[in-house]
Design a protein around this ligand. Structure first.
Ligand SMILES: NC(=O)c1ccc[n+]([C@@H]2O[C@H](COP(=O)([O-])OP(=O)(O)OC[C@H]3O[C@@H](n4cnc5c(N)ncnc54)[C@H](OP(=O)(O)O)[C@@H]3O)[C@@H](O)[C@H]2O)c1
Length: 301
């Protein structure tokens, strides 16, 4: 019997990376997971607690290439689920790619995991700009780079975005309530990423969505899943949102204050919408709907 493919995961201690490690193990891979020096024993234990074949290696994607290449070892595919500023997303991932080349890995999955980054322009969303810049730095590599896109996490849509306010009992949105949006849970994004990592024929950019719903349908799904009634509030058009972002950007001390609005604009304007989905490539991944996700993760209050 042939040995299970070995996949290297950077960002394994993160929200998505931890679930990618789990999904890879569930799908029969061996995993070598990069953890930064100083990672707590509890986090390390959570990565190795199951029965799968997972090995932890200490390191940092900004470390010297030779050292990072040693950490990658004989892994055939490098998956990056890192998060950070341009030092991590652009320079760090360029360094990680060089280390992957040196180690002899064949494929690299960058930390993209977003709406359609290829359809957006610089200035639409500064965090997505970094991902396109990182992609430009990979031009000419011999490694097969496969980008996995998932739209927005369900977790982010009911949390960080500030769309759902359980206390006030509202769901507030910008733009056309009937504009379709690509959404996926973290677990299903991880399952698709693992499937891509284990698929030697995967190439280019692959796009997945657990559910494609408009804001009106999202509202209905969240109500159905939670059993709660939420007032649907329309905050203005996509153009109004763009003007609000410009207004906030002019006064904000920290661009992270308005990045959630930039993500929303990219979605509700339709600009970052996927033209097609690749879900059918991996029928063994059966993504949860928004309603089922909310039912399984009910609001705390
Ligand atoms: N589509 C969506 O709605 C959505 C939402 C959220 C995130 N994402 C994307 O998903 C990806 C992962 O995000 P996340 O939320 O899972 O991030 P996260 O929870 O913040 O985790 C980031 C990971 O990167 C690691 N890391 C940071 N700098 C590093 C370095 N220099 N060397 C090695 N590791 C480093 C962190 O290690 P430590 O634990 O040591 O800090 C951690 O494991 C990103 O591409 C992000 O944009 C997408």
């Amino acid at each position: 019997m042939s040995a299970s493919p070995k996949i290297f995961v950077a960002g394994a201690t993160g929200l998505l990376g931890g679930q990618i490690v789990q999904a890879l193990l569930d799908q029969g891979a061996s995993v070598r997971a990069l953890v930064r020096p100083g990672t707590s024993d509890e986090k390390k234990r959570s990565l190795t607690a199951g029965s799968g074949d997972v090995e932890l290696v200490e390191g940092d994607i900004t470390a010297p290439v030779e050292r990072l290449a040693e950490a990658i070892g004989d892994a055939t595919t490098v998956v990056s689920a890192v998060q950070g500023g341009p030092d991590v997303v652009v320079d760090g991932q360029a360094n990680l790619l060089r280390a992957a080349e040196k180690a002899g890995a064949r494929r690299f999955i960058p930390s993209d995991f977003a709406i359609d980054i290829n359809k957006l322009d610089d200035g639409d969303n500064f965090m997505i700009d970094w991902r396109r810049k990182a992609a430009a730095e990979r031009t000419g590599t011999d490694i097969e780079v496969v980008s996995v896109l998932n739209g927005a996490f369900y977790e982010v849509m009911v949390g960080f975005m500030g769309i759902v306010d359980w206390e006030q009992g509202t769901l507030s949105h910008w733009g056309d309530p009937d504009q379709p949006l690509d959404l996926t849970s973290v677990a299903d994004t991880a399952a698709y990423t693992a499937a891509v990592a284990l698929d030697p024929s995967a190439t280019g950019t692959l796009r997945f969505a657990g559910d494609v719903v408009s804001m009106r349908e999202f509202h209905e799904a969240v109500q159905r899943g939670s059993g709660r009634t939420l007032q649907l509030r329309h905050l203005g058009s996509a153009d109004d949102l763009r003007a609000e972002i410009t207004r906030q950007a002019a006064v904000a001390e920290n661009p992270f204050d308005y990045v959630a609005l930039q993500y929303q604009w990219c979605m509700v304007s339709g600009k970052g919408k996927f033209d097609q989905l690749d879900n059918d490539r991996y029928p063994h991944v059966k993504p949860q709907s928004v309603a089922d996700f909310v039912a399984a993760n009910p609001p705390a209050n």
